[in-house]
Design a protein around this ligand. Structure first.
Ligand code: SAM
Length: 225
């Protein structure tokens, strides 16, 4: 999906009230300082235009969400869409949803050990060439980062239509000591795993083309932690 760059997007994101600009300062304090409650904390990494996290936050007011995206233009659009939707529905934006511009490689600088309950990875970039494998959000290095911020028993939910990336992610997760709690190669044809599914922008686009969507839910095997 080609996105036209918004001039000054970086500054506009930094000035936006829904952005956490110094997320390192929130490390270990997201619940009390940002959300003012003790509710579970869910992250989406590579949030794109934000449909998934926006709909998730609206449908689950009892959960705190943080959308992480490294592209300023995309993030700005996600926040603007969220604000517009909230205004349309007469809701105050930001009560249980914040955004931050961050390369997820720095995740552990911003979240304390066991601070996060769940991580969503939706249609992550596949980086098909071997030399770029470390950039895949399900590579061993990224799984290690997630393990360091997830609470015991915390899960990762991953969706993609890219079969190569899906197989790689399953294999990598198993090798790295994660348990596959559930998986499907055809989410929309699997009534149990599809229950409550919120479509992302990429999911809507690729399933309209007839692509099957894979989903897996994984949890680190605690005995080995
Ligand atoms: N999740 C959305 C969806 O399903 O429609 C967007 C998918 S898009 C293919 C992947 C997004 O992940 C891009 O917006 C990209 O900027 C972001 N991304 C990729 N690597 C990232 C990283 N290391 N940290 C934060 N965001 C990242």
């Amino acid at each position: 999906m080609r996105i036209r760059h918004i001039k000054g997007a970086e500054e506009l994101v930094a000035a936006h009230p829904l952005t956490e600009n110094e997320p390192e300062k929130r490390k270990g304090k997201w619940r009390p300082e940002v959300f003012g409650n003790d509710a579970p904390l869910y992250l989406e990494i590579g949030t794109g235009m934000g449909t998934f996290i926006r709909e998730s936050a609206t449908g689950h007011p009892d959960i705190n969400y943080v959308g992480i995206e490294m592209n300023s233009t995309v993030l700005l659009k996600a926040m603007r869409r969220y604000e517009a939707k909230a205004a349309e529905e007469g809701r105050e934006p930001g009560r249980n949803l914040r955004f931050m511009r961050l390369d997820a490689r720095l995740l552990e600088d911003c979240f304390e050990k066991e601070e996060v309950d769940r991580i969503y990875l939706n249609f992550s970039d596949p980086w098909p060439k071997d030399k770029s494998a470390n950039k895949r959000l399900t590579s061993p290095m990224f799984l290690k980062r997630y393990r360091n911020v997830l609470k015991k028993g915390g899960t990762i939910e991953f969706k993609t239509d890219n079969r190569g990336l899906f197989d790689y992610s399953l294999e990598t997760a198993e090798k790295e000591g994660w348990e596959i709690l559930a998986k499907t190669y055809d989410l929309h044809g699997d009534s149990s795993m599809n229950e409550g599914n919120i479509e992302t922008e990429y999911e809507a686009k690729f399933s309209a083309k007839g692509n099957k969507i894979g989903k897996m839910i994984i949890r680190y095997k605690e005995a080995e932690k």
